[in-house]
Design a binder for this molecule. Structure first.
Ligand code: AMP
Length: 212
C-alpha cells in the first residue's frame, strides 16, 4: 500500500514515517528532507530552494513536482510514504497525473490532526539530529546528553525554520495553501483522519489499523 501522510508542520509526519519505515519496510519520500539535503550539498536545486525553505514558504511547484517524480521512479515499485507532498492543489493534481502515467496508486491519505497551539509548542521546542534526523523536544523528549544524538552521536540542532518568526509563516502557509487538500482527498474517498495529539506509539497503532 502506498500512502500520503498529511498534516500541519509539527503534526508528526516525520516521526510516524520513521516508525513505519522501521517496522514495515516502507520507503519515505520526504520533500522537506530532500530539500534540506539539496541545500546542504549546494546542488542547483538546493540553491534555488534555499530562500523559500529558510523563510517557511513553499518552494515553487515546478521544482517540487520534478523532484518527487524522479524519486518515485527510482523506487521501482517499493511501497512508499509521501511525507510533506503534496502541499497544495496544483501539486496534488500533478501527482494524480504522474500516478496515472506510471500506473502507481496512492491508496490512502492519513491526516494527522493536532490543535494549533500544540503544533507551535512542538515546533518551538523541536530539535533534530543533523546526522540521522532523529527528532527530539527540549521538554518532552530531550537527548540524554544535551546536543548529542542518543541514536548515532550526531549533533542535535534546531532547524532554522523552527524559529518562532518562521513557524508563524509555515503555519499560515499550511492554513492557506495546504489544508484545502483535506476536502480534495475527502471528495475522492481517500482521506482518513487520525488524532495526532497522542503518544507517537498510539498514533502509529491507529495508522497501522487504517493500513490493512
Ligand atoms: P517540512 O520538513 O516538510 O516541514 O518542509 C520544510 C520546507 O521545505 C517547507 O517549509 C517548504 O519550504 C519546503 N517544502 C517541503 N515540501 C514542500 C512541498 N511539497 N512544496 C513546496 N515546498 C516544500
Amino acid at each position: 500500500m502506498n500512502i500520503i501522510l498529511f498534516g500541519a508542520p509539527g503534526a508528526g509526519k516525520g516521526t510516524q514515517s520513521a516508525l513505519l519505515v522501521g517496522r514495515k519496510g516502507y520507503h519515505q519520500v520526504s520533500t522537506g528532507d530532500l530539500f534540506r539535503a539539496a541545500i546542504q550539498n549546494q546542488t542547483e536545486l538546493g540553491l534555488k530552494a534555499k530562500s523559500f525553505v529558510d523563510r517557511g514558504s513553499l518552494v515553487p511547484d515546478e521544482l517540487v513536482v520534478g523532484m518527487v517524480e524522479e524519486e518515485l521512479q527510482s523506487l521501482g515499485g517499493k511501497p512508499f510514504i509521501l511525507d510533506g507532498f503534496p502541499r497544495n492543489i496544483p501539486q496534488a493534481e500533478a501527482l494524480e497525473s504522474a500516478l496515472r502515467r506510471t500506473g502507481i496508486k496512492v491508496d490512502k491519505v492519513f491526516s494527522l490532526e493536532v490543535p494549533f497551539e500544540i503544533l507551535k509548542e512542538r515546533l518551538v521546542g523541536r530539535r533534530v539530529c543533523s546526522n540521522c534526523g532523529q527528532v527530539y523536544h527540549v521538554l518532552s523528549s530531550p537527548p540524554k546528553k544535551e546536543g548529542v544524538c542518543d541514536r548515532c552521536g550526531g549533533k542535535v540542532i534546531q532547524r532554522k525554520d523552527d524559529q518562532e518568526d518562521v513557524i508563524e509563516n509555515r503555519l499560515t502557509t499550511y492554513m492557506n495553501s495546504t489544508s484545502p487538500l483535506k476536502a480534495y482527498y475527502k471528495a475522492k474517498g481517500r482521506l482518513v483522519e487520525i488524532d495526532g495529539n497522542r503518544d507517537a506509539e498510539k498514533v502509529l497503532h491507529e495508522l497501522e489499523k487504517g493500513m490493512v
